[in-house]
Design a protein around this ligand. Structure first.
Ligand code: NAP
Length: 328
């Protein structure tokens, strides 16, 4: 049985983590829930029992905690994760604060299980997780030569404030979170712009893909787009492979793999969509077709619930993996 803390327990991801901890019957001795001062004192339910959320302070990082699920933004993680780590906890962090640190494992459990050189493990970006799952299967079978992403990311990827902006737009009100209305609109802009014209979200997808797949020189490019969908992201992937294959062979590989769900029957109008992926745990893949403009190149379309596999579920799967290793 373990002492577990959830930081950001009042947020979209943190709250979903609590549901998953209960569903997956993680053996918990003591559960501690943290937020900022804004929500301190609020009641949150876990397995139908009320828990009072506490403000996270430096003193409280002493716990003792075995595992900390951190889901409270990069600044909070930068400050508090090393303190939890110093006190002996293993932190699984959802922000981008540690992902590209060479000492920190950036983990999708079915792709690259963590090494434990540090007591902080990073959970990747949501769109990256649902892309590297299928790409790793292709990489192992055929090798990868180049990847180009275009994302269609839901507003819940911006947390509660993204959902509120979509609702504001539906009511005819101005946005607060996004620079333009998201309702009836599409924004080619996620996170801040860099000097070279890419956004930070695009850079995250490029760098994290290389790190997770352990292909540091893989040519990867990305365009990240926010769409007026509440939940579940879609990613169009154009991938060039090292070896020749066929659409049928790729479909067969996905069908046999327990970590992706193939939904690919265009004649029946069957392809992955956010409305179907919402609330489900898998990475859905479809629209697999050959791109005749380049040799050995294919299009894929992946959809996954960004709060589940894109965030909370992947973090809880990392936790399960660590617990299983310990109990072996
Ligand atoms: N949404 C997604 O699809 C997604 C996917 C992958 C990763 N993530 C990452 O997961 C994290 C949380 O995202 P979210 O969507 O759940 O955001 P959210 O709904 O806005 O929730 C943020 C949570 O962080 C807490 N928090 C903020 N500052 C804090 C502080 N100084 N100390 C302790 N807690 C603090 C908030 O507490 P209060 O209630 O007190 O404000 C709230 O519980 C972010 O790092 C985000 O980048 C999100």
């Amino acid at each position: 049985m373990y002492n577990i803390a959830v930081v950001g327990a009042t947020g979209l991801v943190g709250n979903t983590m609590l549901k998953l901890l209960a569903e997956k019957q993680i053996p918990i001795k003591q559960l501690t829930l943290f937020s900022s001062a804004r929500s301190a004192g609020k009641e949150v339910l876990f397995r139908d029992d009320p828990f009072i959320v506490e403000e996270l302070t430096e003193e409280k990082t002493a716990g003792p905690f075995d595992y900390v699920l951190m889901s409270a933004g990069g600044g909070t993680s930068h400050h508090f994760s090393p303190l939890f780590e110093q006190h002996g906890a293993v932190v699984i962090d959802n922000s981008s604060a540690w992902r590209m640190d060479p000492e920190i494992s950036l983990v999708v459990p079915e792709v690259n299980p963590p090494s434990l050189s540090r007591g902080i493990i990073a959970n990747p970006n949501c769109s990256t997780i649902q892309s590297v799952g299928p790409l790793n299967i292709l990489s192992e079978a055929f090798g990868l030569k180049r990847v180009a992403y275009t994302t269609y990311q839901s507003v819940s990827g911006s947390g509660q404030k993204g959902i509120e902006d979509l609702k504001r737009g539906e009511r005819g009100e101005e946005p607060v979170n996004y620079p333009h209305p998201i309702y009836n609109n599409v924004l080619p802009h996620i996170d801040v712009f860099q000097e070279d014209g890419y956004t930070k979200e695009e850079v995250k997808m490029i760098q994290e893909t290389r790190k997770i797949l352990n292909l540091p020189d893989l040519p990867v490019t990305a365009t990240c787009v926010r769409v007026p969908v509440s939940s579940a992201h879609a990613v169009a992937i154009n991938v060039t492979l090292d070896k020749e294959t066929s659409v049928q062979e790729i479909q067969d590989l996905f069908e046999q793999n327990p970590h992706v769900i193939l939904e690919d029957d265009p004649k029946q109008n069957l392809y992955p969509m956010p409305v179907n992926a919402f609330g489900k745990e898998g990475i859905f893949v479809g629209r697999i077709r050959k791109d005749d403009s380049l040799p050995n190149t294919y299009h894929l379309w992946t959809v996954s619930d960004n709060i589940l596999k894109g965030a909370a579920l992947n973090a809880v799967q990392i936790l399960e993996l660590l617990i299983n290793r310990k109990e072996k």
